[in-house]
Design a protein around this ligand. Structure first.
Ligand code: HAM
Length: 414
């Protein structure tokens, strides 16, 4: 026997109840986002590697370690998309969407690829629901975007969800702040953990996440980015917070919130859930006012978020989605009636009923059992001695003319 093949590490098949739950999630996302003016967009599963190198940032883990990059066989290097914001911005430029009324609001449900170490809630191919609002820097767009993700998580029944928000200001503010923080850390180097001390040059912000006592004491007195924001950025952030408060959206300001992608400016936010393990982030995003220029477009502000489908399902209450109803199951006991049975099922579907034909080669008894398991409301039984219609709710069975079956099932349903 040849070797058994399995789905690649970090990937999975979607089957049964899981598929139903995902369908229900997509419908919920549509119901939350489309009334707010978001239109669906889908972009290709792979893009020019340059798009992510320039958009997401050369120094990020995503670009340095996690991309599935391959040779296209032509001059261009291609990469399976690790995220959706840079591709949506690329599409915005390519289709001249700046000519549309701004902001342009787009949502997606797509799969993404990152070569990460798989664990609970972390995969190498995963799905995200994402929403991007491009073309306005109004703080109301930020607040609305955050609120929509909150509404989506609530509509899905996600448990233990908390929202943290922060502001990163501009790239210049961050650069100056980083230097200030490095100077502060160097002055306290002896009190820091070896790990934090060793990363002062590379990633000084990580020091805020340390669980080392001495480091925590030092960080309690460290300068904070939020205190260094320019006046415009500080006012923008205060307005976003004020709008969230105005609609009773709970949040905590986290002035050490760091996101793994380089394009963020001003507002950043993350929803996390205690129901998840180490990978507690359910969804997050922020403003990316410099991204469009980085990938060759005109200066255009934007904000958005993405939320992991698998993580949302893990945190949701786990109400099993109901299978679709089945109006009619067509069973037959005589092989010579197969064509009639086939036609009855097809006609019923054309008339808008959910109808299924026996295809498993079962005995008549087996077929009736199967109809019961499938939750059929009616079963049409085509036998040698006539056609019978069984009402599965009452158990009543009556002989009918085959061309009146639809009338019977249609009439009772009215
Ligand atoms: P991100 O934080 O990298 O942001 O990913 C968003 C969400 O995708 C995470 O919160 C998580 O739920 C899910 N996710 C990420 N990696 C994995 C993985 N390996 N396995 C399972 N789920 C995962 C972005 O991707 C940005 N594009 C979000 C954004 C949109 N910012 C502005 N607009």
């Amino acid at each position: 026997m040849s070797e058994k093949l399995q789905a690649p590490r970090g990937t999975f098949d979607v089957l049964g109840d899981d598929a139903l739950a995902r369908d229900a999630l997509v419908e919920t996302a549509r119901r939350v986002l489309e009334p707010a003016g978001y239109a669906r967009i889908e972009t290709p599963a792979f893009e020019a590697t340059q798009l992510f190198a320039r958009g997401v940032g050369e120094s990020t883990d995503v670009v340095q370690k996690e991309m599935y990059t391959f040779d296209s066989g032509e001059s261009e290097s291609l990469t399976l998309r690790p995220e959706g914001t840079a591709p949506v911005c690329r599409a915005y430029i390519e289709h001249g969407m700046h000519k549309l009324p701004q902001p342009v609001k787009l949502w997606y449900l797509s799969s993404f690829f990152r070569r990460e170490r798989p664990q609970k809630g972390r995969f190498r191919q995963f799905w995200q629901v994402g929403a991007e609002a491009i073309g306005s820097d109004d703080p109301a767009v930020d607040a609305e975007s955050i609120l929509l993700l909150s509404e989506l998580l609530e509509a899905l029944g996600c448990r233990g969800v908390r929202l943290r928000i922060g502001s990163l200001g501009t790239a210049e503010t961050r650069r100056a702040y980083r230097e200030e923080l490095q100077t502060y850390l160097r002055a306290h180097e002896a009190e820091l953990s070896d790990e934090v001390a060793g990363r002062i040059e590379l990633n000084p912000l990580r020091a805020f996440d340390s669980d080392h006592r001495g480091t925590q004491a030092v960080m309690a007195g460290a300068p904070r980015l939020l205190d260094r924001l320019g006046d415009d950025d500080a006012e923008h952030f205060a307005t976003v917070c004020g709008l969230l408060a105005a609609v009773d959206q709970a949040y905590t300001v986290d002035d050490t919130l760091v996101r793994g992608l380089d394009y963020y400016t001003r507002t950043v936010f993350e929803f996390s859930s205690d129901a998840l393990g180490a990978q507690s982030g359910v969804g997050g995003g922020g403003r990316y006012d410099g991204l469009m220029e980085q990938i060759g477009g005109p200066p255009t502000p934007g904000i958005g978020w993405a939320s992991g489908v698998e993580r949302m399902l893990l945190t949701a209450a786990g109400v099993p989605a109901a299978p679709p109803p089945l109006d009619l199951y067509v069973a037959y006991g005589a092989p010579e009636r197969r064509t009639e049975a086939f036609r009855l099922a097809a006609d019923a579907r054309r008339a808008g009923h959910a109808a299924r034909l026996e295809l498993g080669g079962r005995s008549l008894k087996g077929q009736l059992k199967q109809a019961g398991n499938a939750g059929a409301r009616y079963v049409a039984i085509l036998r040698e001695d006539g056609t019978f219609l069984r009402d599965m709710e009452t158990g009543d069975q009556q002989q009918v003319e085959i061309d009146t079956v639809m009338h019977h099932i249609g009439q009772v349903q009215l």
